[in-house]
Ligand binder design. Structure first.
Ligand SMILES: NC(=O)c1ccc[n+]([C@@H]2O[C@H](COP(=O)([O-])OP(=O)(O)OC[C@H]3O[C@@H](n4cnc5c(N)ncnc54)[C@H](OP(=O)(O)O)[C@@H]3O)[C@@H](O)[C@H]2O)c1
Length: 286
């Protein structure tokens, strides 16, 4: 038996290294097949192509969708779809991917979606720009706190997306479950996108990171918990940290209302449909 895992990324070379590291697993009962699909989340047409190829190769079922891709940027960059680099990579493209894979997930019994958010989604200071509905792609709003105000907003979107997607799923009488999570602070390649002057600091921190950051081995525990815990135990729509539902979120209260979630949801659909020039097939406005 074993699972077939399909993962995406931009680099075939990085993917080859992952596949060769997983050889032992593929020889066991845990993993049947590891498939890589090249996909750049800064390009909506790439996301739509990967959706088609997943649908072709999935054998008609998809048990777990994990929306993991994410980055931060200290300076503003615009994608070829005329979106903010971080907003498109962290929020718009995962939203599009989820939307277009929804029917496949819905056809699969006991399916679930896990969205990687962050504790940054709870930082009042970094979220001081609010929902950003009037300038969703940060065209005029300045990046502050080395770009972390922009990153935090997208991580807030990931959390509120899971919550609102759960409402949508219930409304449509679907059976899919969805959760968002904060993995913990893990010194991954993520720090490579930090401002250049901070790189020496990260290089200094990495060797002593066990003292304060989660080891890479444990860095994936919360998202793995959400992906593998018995489905009846997964609290759909919730935000997890340290493998449990986080009750005391510090996000400004007015950003956690159902209305805020729906406002971000509807704006997201408007922006994506405008860029791809057609209606989404899975998700629609609430
Ligand atoms: N590390 C932490 O402390 C921490 C804390 C809270 C939340 N998170 C969240 O955890 C998630 C994973 O981050 P990480 O720490 O593992 O960082 P990472 O090592 O830098 O991994 C980032 C992932 O995002 C993918 N990615 C980035 N830009 C992309 C693009 N344009 N198109 C497609 N894929 C893209 C990368 O794929 P390729 O480079 O292979 O293309 C890689 O798989 C992110 O959503 C992050 O916000 C991390």
């Amino acid at each position: 038996m074993g699972a077939t895992v399909l993962f995406t990324g931009r680099s075939q070379e990085k993917a080859n290294a992952i596949i060769s590291r997983a050889t032992l697993l593929t020889k066991s009962d845990i993993l049947k097949k590891l498939i890589f699909k090249k996909c750049d989340f800064t390009d909506f047409s790439d996301v739509l192509s990967v959706v088609e190829s997943i649908k072709r190769e999935s054998g008609g079922k998809l048990n777990i969708l994990m929306n993991n891709a994410g980055l931060t940027s200290a300076t503003k960059k615009t994608t070829k779809d005329s979106c903010d680099l971080v907003v498109q990579t962290n929020h718009l493209s995962p939203f599009l991917l989820t939307s277009e894979l929804l029917s496949l997930l819905n056809k699969t019994p006991n399916s679930r979606i896990v969205c990687l958010s962050s504790i940054a989604s709870e930082d009042k200071g970094m979220l001081s720009k609010g929902l950003m509905l009037k300038d969703f792609n940060w065209e005029t709003t300045p990046y502050e706190q080395m770009g972390f105000n922009n990153y935090s907003t997208t991580k807030y979107y990931n959390m509120i997306f899971a919550e609102t997607l759960n409402l949508y799923i219930e409304k449509e009488n679907m059976k899919i479950k969805v959760a968002s999570c904060h993995p913990g602070w893990v010194l991954t390649d993520w720090s490579n996108n930090a401002p250049k002057y901070l790189i020496p600091l990260f290089n200094f921190l990495i060797p002593i990171s066990d003292l304060f950051a989660k080891d890479l081995k444990y860095g994936y525990s919360t998202q793995m918990h959400c992906s593998t815990v018995e489905l009846k135990e997964l609290v759909s729509g919730s935000y997890y940290a340290d493998c449990v539902v986080k009750q005391d979120r510090k996000t400004p209260k007015d950003m956690l209302t159902k209305e805020s979630g729906i406002a971000v949801w509807n704006k997201t659909i408007e922006v994506i449909e405008n860029r791809i020039g057609k209606k989404l097939t899975g998700l629609s406005k609430l």
